[in-house]
Design a protein around this ligand. Structure first.
Ligand code: GLC
Length: 746
């Protein structure tokens, strides 16, 4: 059996051979002909310039390398792209520099438009909690429309890393723990960003990142080592990337982490064998910030030049702030250590996108100030942000139907460090604007209630306080109110990149504050704002109602108020499990049964369990309540036995049995009970978000196709095997309401 390394060398060699062959015989499209023509006019230095990307002076989103010559290098045709430049005016100014170069090749302008550009949308993990693919796509669509109107060609999104470790700060940027939900959301976001296709003035290039498995960093510590089986990689971490390829993602970004001993940036298995080989990907790969030169720190490259060799050979097309390609590649080609065909391929991939964007026809077509003024920050975009924000809220608890509150409540007290915070509502990875205004929780209530309600406020403590000096005032304030709304959580910058936390309890003394307020005997609603699942076990047991509001963006306070007073009935479902303790991490729903399963996950002797806590999370994947209730009944399967060419059609009746109209996310899980490889106790295979009025019922049906029964066998072949399948339908992964089984026969 060939070693992985020799397989990779073989892959690179065959790739070069294929490349040479391809260049000769490929039936080129019109754009390819233009690319080939331009390539033939370029010097080696100009080609390498296209592979070079620098940050602006406005913003650096990584460790900055001082660079006083970047603008001269742009004029000399030594830069292919800039990131962190934004605005019609600013992009036009820098593009004009590129037009001074010999061949006048336009720059690409990239920016992290992760959850909104001028209007800030909920963080991606919050949007994932909506399970509303149309809403998620529309959020990306608005972001793209605003960004494209402001000179941006390319967003470094969607981040599609599966993440099962809430200690990792970047969980806020993705779609949670599940590859099925994550793949659908990846597709929705790519479609949202790219709209009707590149070249349209409201479309930006998407960038599927971080390729690959960045979310599996050991101990949830950002940039840390990733080591996993090929099975885990293919079953869990690659599917959303494949979904992004299938959705036409224009670009990919690789990742800082090593995977099984090889840094992703220098990993030919990932970038050549899988992405550009098996998946036949035609876009280009940008390194993550400095990740090429960081291969020296990894101990994988001797120096920057060696890192450049490893990266270009492995399929990393563009060097983001690594300062490795520009100086290293000319030497490597001269010394025959890098085949110029590899450089030509990378350049062609990049030039193709510039042609597709129409930049050679008009390098300034996205840098139009009058369009920028018209499109950005419109009331329509704010309304879109409000709609998505409402859908992102998850109702975790609602004892005695405390919620929704009555608008005729006389006195309401808002208590907690985030009650009047506007800036925190933006979450990490928002685009910074001078004098931006985001609606705080308190302001949202003011907007909703006007003067009819006596609205009180007390901060109680700061987010990371160790002192309780503010408690007395908070308690006194609470005593004056009919109901208390706590506004607690993290600060916006306690999650995001380089924001891992070993302790993910509610920070500081906030839970003590909740206890003090609860002790007044008043009804307490707790709103928790964060970019990750937090641990708040006492609150979970004692609060009367709990809303998880993540970071909801520009319209945060208005969305919260609409939910609190029932103008919107919450329907969010958790895209990630919430642990009871850091010691449980990683805890996720699609776990294996093991040879010694513990009954209901409870502590049990000689069983896979803990002595001190249950195996189950505080809140499970797919969990979320509504102000109304739904019944699930009359489960029917059209067959109890199928062959490999059949589908099973499943149907059941969903009914709104409560007094509010609302939406339910009905979730279909399957278990392959016995297989040649152990399979999870359940896997999400389909879902539907259904709106019903009080008393209304609807027949819901799912088609279970062979694809949904497939898995990687012992030889990593994607296959199905005969045997029994357990079918489960519910409104949370731990709340199955209907179940049956069927058999797949040869
Ligand atoms: C950062 C992030 C990446 C981002 C890039 C540009 O380090 O890892 O997600 O797109 O650099 O800001």
């Amino acid at each position: 059996m060939l070693s992985k390394f020799s397989l990779t060398a073989l892959a690179v060699f065959s790739f070069c051979a294929h490349l040479h062959a391809q260049i000769k015989t490929k039936t080129s499209s019109a754009i390819d002909q233009k690319v080939d023509k331009l390539l033939s006019q370029m010097t080696l230095e100009e080609k390498i310039g296209q592979l070079n990307q620098y940050t602006s002076d406005r913003l650096s989103t990584g460790p900055l390398t001082p660079n006083s010559t970047k603008y001269q290098e742009i004029k000399d045709g030594k830069v292919g792209s800039m990131l962190n430049v934004r605005g019609a005016k600013e992009t036009r100014t820098i593009q004009e520099m590129a037009m001074q170069s010999r061949l006048k090749i336009p720059l690409l302008f990239g920016l992290d438009v992760i959850h909104g550009y001028r209007v800030t949308f909920p963080i991606p993990l919050a949007e994932a909690a909506s399970w509303d693919l149309n809403a998620i796509e529309s959020s990306a669509r608005v972001a793209a429309t605003e960004a494209a109107a402001s000179g941006i060609h390319w967003t470094f999104a969607p981040m599609v890393d599966i993440a099962r470790d809430p200690r990792w700060g970047r969980v806020m940027e993705g779609a949670g723990e599940d590859p099925y939900l994550g793949s659908l959301i990846a597709r929705a976001r790519v479609q949202g960003f790219q709209g009707k296709g590149l070249g349209n003035l409201d479309a930006v290039m998407a960038c599927a990142k971080h390729f690959a498995a960045y979310g599996a960093a050991i101990a949830g510590r950002d940039y840390n080592t990733v080591d996993m089986s090929d099975r885990q990689l293919w079953e869990t971490y690659l599917p959303p990337f494949k979904a992004a390829v299938d959705a036409g993602a224009a670009t990919f970004m690789n990742s800082f982490n090593e995977l099984n001993g090889i840094p992703a940036t220098g990993n030919a298995y990932l970038q050549r064998d899988i992405l550009k080989g098996k998946w036949n990907y035609q876009g280009f790969v940008v390194s993550d910030w400095g990740s090429i030169s960081e291969m020296v720190a990894h101990g994988f490259a001797k120096n920057n030049t060696d890192a450049a060799r490893l990266a270009i050979t492995a399929g990393s097309d563009m060097d983001m702030e690594g300062h490795a390609y520009l100086t290293g590649l000319p030497v490597l080609v001269k010394e025959n250590k890098v085949d110029v065909a590899l450089i030509n391929d990378a350049v062609k991939r990049i030039l193709r996108k510039k042609f597709e964007l129409g930049l050679f026809d008009d390098p300034y077509r996205f840098s139009n100030e009058s369009r920028e003024k018209k499109v950005l920050n419109s009331a329509q975009n704010h309304q879109a942000a409000l709609d998505v924000a409402e859908k992102s809220v998850v109702l975790l608890k609602n004892d005695n139907q405390l919620l929704p509150l009555s608008k005729s409540t006389k006195t309401i007290a808002v208590i907690g460090p985030l009650g009047k915070s506007s800036n925190d509502m933006k979450g990490f990875w928002s685009v910074e604007w001078e004098n931006d205004h985001l609606v705080s929780p308190f302001e949202g209530l003011q907007n909703k209630l006007g003067k009819q309600t006596n609205l009180l406020y007390s901060q109680g403590c700061n987010i990371n306080d160790t002192v309780r000096t503010g408690f007395a005032d908070a308690v006194a304030t609470a005593r004056k109110a009919d109901v208390i709304i706590m506004a607690v959580g993290e600060a916006f910058n306690m999650s995001g990149e380089a924001k891992s936390r070993a302790n993910i309890h509610l920070p500081g003394v906030q839970e003590d504050l909740i206890k003090a307020i609860k002790a007044t005997g008043k009804p307490v609603v707790v709103m928790i704002m964060a970019g990750r699942p937090l641990i708040f076990n006492w609150t979970a047991d004692h609060a009367d109602a709990i809303l998880y509001t993540w970071w909801l963006g520009s319209e945060a306070g208005n969305a919260m108020a609409n939910v609190l007073f029932g103008d919107y009935n919450p329907a969010g479902k958790l895209p990630m499990s919430f642990p009871r303790a850091e010691g449980q991490i990683p805890v996720f729903y699609s776990s294996k049964n093991t040879g010694r399963p513990s009954p209901n996950g409870q502590p049990a002797l000689y069983r896979s369990s803990y002595l001190d806590i249950p195996n189950t999370p505080q809140y499970a994947f797919g969990y979320g309540l509504s102000y109304t209730n739904f019944s699930f009944a009359d489960l029917k399967l059209n067959k109890s036995q199928i062959t490999k060419n059949d589908d099973v059609t499943v149907s059941f009746t969903l009914k709104n049995t409560g007094k509010y109209a609302g939406e339910e996310v009905v979730q279909l899980y399957l278990q392959d009970v016995v297989a040649s490889v152990t399979r999870p106790v359940k896997e999400l295979k389909d879902f539907q978000k259904v709106y019903l009025k009080p008393g209304e019922s609807k027949t819901i049906s799912f088609a279970i196709t062979r694809e949904k029964l497939s898995f990687y066998d012992q030889k990593m072949n994607w296959t199905t095997e005969p045997g029994e399948f357990k079918l489960m339908i519910g409104n949370a992964s731990d709340h199955i309401l209907l179940q049956d089984k069927f058999e797949l026969v040869d």
